[in-house]
Design a protein around this ligand. Structure first.
Ligand SMILES: NC(=O)c1ccc[n+]([C@@H]2O[C@H](COP(=O)([O-])OP(=O)(O)OC[C@H]3O[C@@H](n4cnc5c(N)ncnc54)[C@H](O)[C@@H]3O)[C@@H](O)[C@H]2O)c1
Length: 579
């Protein structure tokens, strides 16, 4: 690898950003390049660099060799050494988004990865290593943290495997401070958010689309500290300078980084959700109930190894959403010279802007664009019936609804027989038409429209088609009846007999209720489904997935269950014989 010395006269510092294409890595690279006195090596796992349209600063830096890209695998030390050679500073952003169900991979990347970075730094005589840790490393998932400072110890026990591994990586990095001329420190940002976020915002937006963010877990009073991504990257640059000039108070230490504006977790989430067009959470779910639901999910995760949701991630977000977690960053102010450069309000606005393509409105307009039909529309065939049942024209839909309700009353609720209802309806219609014929063309200032005779005419083609269809149906029916009468098809006979019997029961008892429910459902159900399509789909998805997994579980245990039952039965018989 050749060392580029074109900028030597500017005396720039050479650094490597490990994980430089991640959410925080990108933000740090951009900030370093904007500062102008850095030559930046971006190291990440992707084979090649895919630039986004918005990354013009990086594109320019790449073309002028102020930035370069290196494909690495943290698990391979030789690989890491090659990238670090010739750099004096390493910003180790670390990996995220690993499969939390796979302990071996997580350990290999987080702990072994940290060991590899440390060895490579020592081998390459790197001067400063800044590790991007997390405030989660001191959280045990059971107790609130109020204004926690750096004196907090790592929890003795935690269920959060990723935080546990990160704590191990952090302590390894801090423990090698001042060995082989390497100075180290660690930053612990709390709940990072911002444009390009791959964790927090996407997770809650996905939940919002499924309608799960309507619920507040517990009272909703718990406070949290959030950190805008640019503040985290600013803190990294402050830490590098402080390590250089105020070594004693910074080296070998960890610092909490926040926006220094604690806020109720649910208020923060509401701001984001409302900004993106979703409803703010409003249904309070007792924390105990949420915990019971989690226990069921845990059971299903352990027994069924669910691939449809990530239980550890769910627990992580449940915990950060239901406990108070605020951190004191006085140490970072004092020793790193850090203070937030973007306020919480500004950060929320920038985040909302960057995620506007995932807002409720844009999702809806995407799914209901002129080329794409809603699912309800597709189900109803997309024609006139769909227009009426989906209330596209409210007046028309209401008229149809009112007429159908009236007919329902007339035929089913009035207490008359079907024939007498039909006869009375015909009589009423005849009288109405007859009376309509006598009306003048203007009455009390209103125009009376004549109904043209053509309105009552049926075309020859329609009559022919109907007759042909009727004849076909009649013939088909007759053939079936003949076959049944001759006893040629017993299975058909049986099916028809059962069908007729069920129909008889159904007609005598349930028909009226079912037609009434059907009528209301037709005019309400499809309309509601169209409005809350993603939420309803999400709920149905979850229900079906749980049911499916439960069935698979039942099937997997049934042979064991049956063999046990048989054994008990045998034992019981032997006992009876003996006794
Ligand atoms: N996002 C947050 O809310 C938050 C909060 C506090 C701390 N952190 C920590 O900050 C770190 C970075 O977070 P992020 O949100 O930027 O993560 P991210 O997933 O956006 O980025 C991680 C980067 O690491 C790269 N990577 C994955 N495997 C690799 C490998 N084997 N070798 C080299 N690179 C590899 C990925 O390609 C990705 O670009 C994580 O350790 C995370 O725990 C994140």
């Amino acid at each position: 690898m050749t060392v580029d010395d074109r900028f030597a006269h500017l005396n720039p510092k050479k650094c490597v950003v490990v994980g430089g294409r991640g959410f925080l890595g990108r933000s740090l690279v951009l900030r370093l390049l904007k500062l102008g006195n850095w030559i930046v090596r971006i190291a990440d796992s992707a084979q090649s660099l895919q630039l986004l349209n918005s990354e013009s600063v990086l594109a320019q830096a790449l073309s002028s060799a102020r930035a370069s890209y290196f494909h690495i695998d943290l698990a391979d030390k030789c690989n890491v050494v090659k990238v670090l050679e010739g750099s004096s500073v390493v910003f180790f952003m670390d990996v995220a988004g690993v499969d939390v169900n796979d302990f071996y991979t997580c350990y290999r990347l987080i702990v072994q990865g940290a060991k590899n970075v440390i060895s490579a730094c020592r081998e390459c005589r790197v001067k400063r290593l800044i590790y991007n840790s997390s405030a989660d490393v001191v959280f045990d998932g059971l107790h609130d943290i109020r204004n926690g400072d750096e004196s907090l110890a790592y929890p003795w026990k935690t269920d959060d495997m990723l935080s546990d591994l990160k704590a191990q990586a952090e302590s390894l990095i801090l423990s090698v401070n001042d060995i082989d001329g390497l100075l180290t420190c660690s930053l612990r940002p709390s709940n990072v958010f911002g444009p390009g976020d791959t964790e927090f915002v996407p997770y809650f937006l996905k939940s919002a689309r499924y309608g799960f963010t309507k619920f507040i877990i517990g009272t909703g009073d718990n406070l949290s500290d959030f950190t805008f991504s640019e503040n985290v990257t600013h803190a990294h640059i402050c830490a590098e300078e402080a390590l250089n000039f105020q070594t004693v108070s910074v080296a070998g230490k960890a610092f909490f980084i926040t926006n220094d504006e604690p806020i109720q977790f649910w208020e923060f989430l509401s701001l984001l959700l409302e900004g993106l067009g979703y409803q703010r959470p409003y249904v309070k779910l007792p924390a105990k109930l949420a915990q019971y639901i989690l226990s069921v999910l845990k059971w299903s995760h352990e027994k069924l190894g669910s691939r449809y949701f990530s239980y550890p991630l769910l627990v992580h977000f449940f915990q950060i959403a239901s406990y108070t977690r605020t951190f004191n960053c006085t140490e970072a102010h004092k020793h790193l010279g850090y203070s937030p450069i973007v306020s919480l309000e500004e950060g929320v606005t920038l985040t909302i802007e960057s995620f506007s393509y995932l807002s409720k409105d844009s999702c809806l307009s995407r799914s209901f664009s002129s080329t794409e039909q809603s699912k309800a529309d597709k189900l109803l065939g997309g024609g006139k019936v769909a227009d009426i049942l989906l209330w596209r024209d409210e007046k028309k839909s209401f008229t149809y609804f009112a007429v159908l309700v009236l007919l329902f009353y007339w035929f089913f609720l009035s207490g008359r027989t079907f024939i007498s209802s039909a006869a009375k309806l015909l009589l009423l219609a005849t009288l109405l038409f007859y009376g309509h014929g006598f009306l003048p063309s203007k009455l009390f200032g209103f125009d009376i429209q004549r109904i043209p005779l053509s309105y009552f005419e049926i075309s020859d083609a329609v009559v022919k088609d109907s007759v042909i269809t009727t004849v076909c149906l009649w013939n088909k029916g007759f053939q079936i009846i003949r076959r049944l009468a001759h006893g040629e098809d017993w299975s058909a006979f049986f099916k028809i007999a059962v069908f007729l019997y069920l129909m008889k029961m159904f007609l005598s008892k349930l028909l009226t209720i079912l037609i009434g429910i059907g009528l209301v459902f037709a005019f309400m159900g499809f309309f509601v489904y169209e409005q809350y399509e993603s939420e309803i789909d999400g709920m149905v998805d979850v229900l079906f997935t749980s049911l499916k997994e439960f069935m698979i579980y039942l099937m997997s245990i049934s042979p064991v269950f049956i063999s046990r039952l048989l054994r008990y039965h045998d034992n019981f018989q032997q006992y009876e014989k003996k006794g």
